[in-house]
Design a protein around this ligand. Structure first.
Ligand code: PEP
Length: 253
């Protein structure tokens, strides 16, 4: 049985002071669903001190896949692990599109995160051009295969996959739960073809793209969707709390 994960991706938002204020105002009482916040790197240390006795986990939005060295401006998995990060987002579409990250570098990131005993959240998804050209599934299949074929079936840390249609990110136009389910099912099949059914059944697949408190329940009711990666709505304590409370209600926990 897969557990639900609700993850916030703050992107390049909030100063350290704003991040601390956010946590002070979040006020989440029920602790029965896994909750994660990925702030900008500079706030991780301060957040880790505030959250160390809380059920709320923290993670990073990106990483450079080397331990130390001459990589000006980069942050290594060892640094993130020492700060207590549980998860690291790898291959977000903004990293792929704005910073030209390809599957080759993303697999290195995923492996480096696993090496430091953190869980990668691998983002995959199609853009509008892929859909027009009839290549949406092929793109996602390649993104999935390039990473999972490089991970041992016996590795204890199993990456989380975030299915994020690029056209739905930050647009207010989410995918329908049925559409997201169909793609999530395909993703699970691609993983099963590499590592078998049992492994694939244990992979958590999140949906991301304009998630809000009105649509979250319908997404997590789908068979292959195990939570959400949330951008915009994770920046507002009331909206984020409302989403979390909807998940609690839907799951009856
Ligand atoms: C994201 O950035 O991963 C995301 C899903 O953003 P939003 O929720 O704003 O669409």
């Amino acid at each position: 049985m897969r557990s639900i994960l609700i993850a916030g991706n703050w992107k390049m938002n909030f100063t350290e002071k704003q991040a601390i204020d956010f946590l002070k105002n979040l006020n989440i009482e029920n602790k029965n669903i896994e909750l994660l916040i990925c702030p900008p790197f500079i706030s991780i240390s301060a957040m880790s001190k505030i959250l160390k006795n809380s059920f709320i986990k923290w993670g990073a939005q990106n990483v450079y896949p080397e331990k130390f060295g001459a990589f000006t401006g980069e942050i290594s998995p060892i640094m993130l692990s020492e700060l207590g990060c549980s998860y690291v987002i790898c291959g977000h579409s903004e990293r792929r599109d704005i910073f030209n990250e390809n599957n080759e570098i993303i697999v290195k990131k995923v492996l480096s995160v696993i090496d430091e005993k953190m869980t990668p959240i691998l983002c995959v998804g199609e853009n509008e051009k892929d859909i027009k050209e009839g290549k949406a599934l092929l793109k996602i299949k390649t993104q999935i295969e390039s990473v999972f074929s490089k991970i041992s079936k016996n590795e204890k840390i199993i990456p989380v996959v975030a299915y994020e249609p690029v056209w739905a990110i930050g647009t207010g136009k989410s995918a329908t739960p049925e559409y997201a389910q169909k793609i999530a099912q395909n993703i699970r099949n691609y993983i099963a073809n590499i590592h078998g059914e049992t492994y694939a059944e244990s992979v958590r697949i999140l949906y991301g793209g304009s998630v809000n408190s009105l649509n979250i329940s319908d997404f997590i009711k789908e068979k292959d969707i195990d939570g959400a990666l949330i951008g915009g709505a994770s920046l507002d304590t009331a909206k984020f709390r409302e989403i979390y409370n909807k998940v609690i209600l839907t799951q009856g926990v």
